[in-house]
Structure formats: C-alpha cells, structure tokens
Design a protein around this ligand. Sequence first.
Ligand code: C5P
Ligand code: MG
Length: 191
Amino acid sequence: MRLLIMGAPGAGKGTQATALAEHYGVPAISTGDIFRFNIKNETSLGLKVKAIIDAGEYVPDDVTEEIVAARLEEPDCEPGFLLDGFPRTMHQVHFLDRYLSERGQGLDAVVSLHVDPEALVQRLLKRAELEGRADDNADTIRRRMEVYAGQTAPLLFHYENKGSLVDVDGTGTVDEVRERMFAAVDAHVAS
Ligand code: C5P
Ligand code: MG
C-alpha cells in the first residue's frame, strides 16, 4: 500500500498518518520529523535547514527529494509507505511520480485532510504550548499557511485528476477523524 497524506499545517496529518500507517502495516514517513530530528542533533542537514524551517519556508526540492529517495530504499518500505508532508511542491510531485513509475509502482490513495482555516490556527497555537515547536508561533504560522496555499494546496488537483484523491473532513475528535478516514480510504482502495 502506497499512500500520501496531505493537508494544511495543523490539519492533523502527523496524528492521522500514524494511525493510517498502522492500519495498513506500512511505515509512516514524515519529512518534517526527519528535519526536526536532524536539527535537534545538529547534523549538517539540520544546520542547513534550520533557518528555513524556523521561517516557515520550504527546504529546497533537491535536498528534500534526496532524503525521501534514500528513505524509500529502506527495507521497511518493501510493503509500501505512507508519506506525511511530502510532496509539498509541484517539483516534488513530479519527482515522486517518476520515482514510482521507474519501479512500476503507483499511489493507492492520497488522503486530503480538510480543516477550517480558523480552527487550524487555534490548533497550532495549542500545539505550540504542548510541543514547543519553534515554527508554531503566530508569525511563522501565518507564513506557513501562505506557503501552503500558494505551493501545496494546488497539488491536490494533480491527484484529483489522477483519480487518487480521497477527501476527508478533518474536523472533530482524533478518533472521529480516524474512523472517517479509515472508511474513506478502505472504500477507495476497494473500488
Ligand atoms: O510536515 P511538517 O509540518 O512537520 O513540516 C514542518 C516544516 O518542515 C515545514 O513547515 C517546512 O518548513 C519543512 N518541510 C519542507 N518540505 C517538506 C516537508 C517539510 O520544507 N516536504
Ligand atoms: Mg507533521
């Protein structure tokens, strides 16, 4: 099973990605988590991307694509994968399409989690208190929303045109969204 989960910052991608990946027995791969791990450990990658991420901007495509390609080569991706937070740009979409087609593979579903913009900001400010992420402050949140709307939201049309998109309402409790998402993805995959 090869899956993507997409949605605005604060839509609940990371939380639902973990559940969905477990549901299908594939690893959940979060590019944001990979970056944060490298920043925390002050690796050369971490030092390179810290200022970019703190500003709410996107890491250059070639850097992110190289990380994803290396991760997808790991043996745990043999049964498939769930990518959380990638692709974020059209360049990354084309990279992934090419990567998969070269291997005779494709995506089984692209989950799009929708949450009302007002609710997103509230969720992110709450997460800031709980997790202390450096990019969960009012200015950076605003910038991340702009970058998402400009560069990432349009990618949904690409997957919709391919017939891969599964729209899921991300409003409600974590359990409600999870059950709604499982039902929608199971139905899409079975069809
Ligand atoms: O996916 P997540 O919200 O955890 O990503 C956190 C940050 O990591 C993004 O706001 C962005 O700065 C960076 N990122 C990126 N390119 C990706 C994924 C994440 O630049 N494909
Ligand atoms: Mg995340």
